[in-house]
Design a protein around this ligand. Structure first.
Ligand code: SF4
Length: 275
């Protein structure tokens, strides 16, 4: 199965491949629609996804300078109100002055494009950049887990390499970039990542290896994951004969229910870098 030359790699599809090559094939190559709940109880999971999406929209408006009272005027959900208050009181401070919420960045990578939509990028030109990701999880942060996710590679790699429009496309040094995962339900426990030249080299190697593996996988059916726990939270489980019922959301590995929502990057809107 050949990958289209205009295929765009993102943290989501690379993570899917790392979790299960068959899921990557079904989702992005065969574009197989397979309606099934991701986790149970469905209503509670949907509620969390909705809250996460609303929280992201509210924070986006905040950084577009919409007045706080206006943003909060229609909130009725107690959890969302608590998150919003936590954001106003305890979200990361001392961020560099030039801020852009929901910034989309892409660059050529290994004959394809690599892209990301970053919740907030904050830059002091040629000096430092801070990537902020809002994690609307109902579970406490797990630093080792979050550090191992492909998102923790792709976002900083793109910011370091391109500098983004906020730095006039001048790359940063790895140690000038920081990434903060901030959890409105756990405002005192952000996860902060820093980077180095060695990290950059390992990251390039890992992302290159993943893309090469995908490109050269010449199989009619890509391998199914051997970790069947992942199947409990995958919509294709009945298709793969890996069970019918969804797992309970409290047992989900994924920290952020929004990761599994239908939110998508609009690749037509992604900022092109001039190289
Ligand atoms: S059900 Fe399991 S094997 Fe099938 S695509 Fe999903 S994760 Fe992979």
């Amino acid at each position: 199965m050949t990958l289209s030359p205009d295929f765009v790699f993102t943290q989501n599809n690379l993570q899917d491949f790392e979790d299960c090559p068959r899921r990557f094939q079904l989702k992005y190559l065969l574009r197989m629609a397979w309606p099934a709940p991701i986790s149970e109880p469905i209503e509670e999971n949907d509620h969390l996804i909705r809250l996460g999406s609303l929280f992201h929209q509210m924070v986006h408006q905040y950084y577009l300078n919409v007045p706080e009272e206006k943003i909060a005027s229609n909130i009725t959900d107690e959890d969302l109100l608590t998150w919003w208050k936590a954001f106003l009181m305890q979200s990361p401070v001392d961020l560099p002055k030039n801020k852009r919420p929901e910034i989309e960045i892409s660059m050529p990578f290994n004959n394809f494009r690599l892209a990301a939509k970053i919740d907030l990028l904050s830059v002091e030109r040629d000096k430092k950049a801070v990537i902020v990701d809002w994690k609307t999880s109902h579970r406490p942060p797990r630093p080792a887990y979050i550090t191992s996710r492909i998102q923790s590679l792709v976002y900083p790699y793109l910011v370091i390499s391109t500098g983004s429009t906020l730095n006039y496309y001048r790359p940063f040094k790895p140690d000038q970039v920081t990434m903060i995962y901030w959890y409105p339900a756990f405002p005192d426990s952000p996860v902060v990542l820093t980077f180095s030249a060695e990290w950059m080299e390992k990251t390039i190697n890992k992302l290159t290896r993943l893309v090469d593996e995908i490109v050269h996988l010449d199989l009619e059916v890509f391998p199914l994951t051997s970790d069947q726990k992942k199947c409990q939270f995958c919509r294709y489980r009945s298709l793969c004969d890996r069970g019918i019922s969804a797992g309970h959301m409290d047992d989900m590995e994924e920290d952020d229910p929004e990761e599994n929502s239908s939110l998508k990057i609009d690749f037509d809107e992604i900022e092109e870098t001039p190289f």
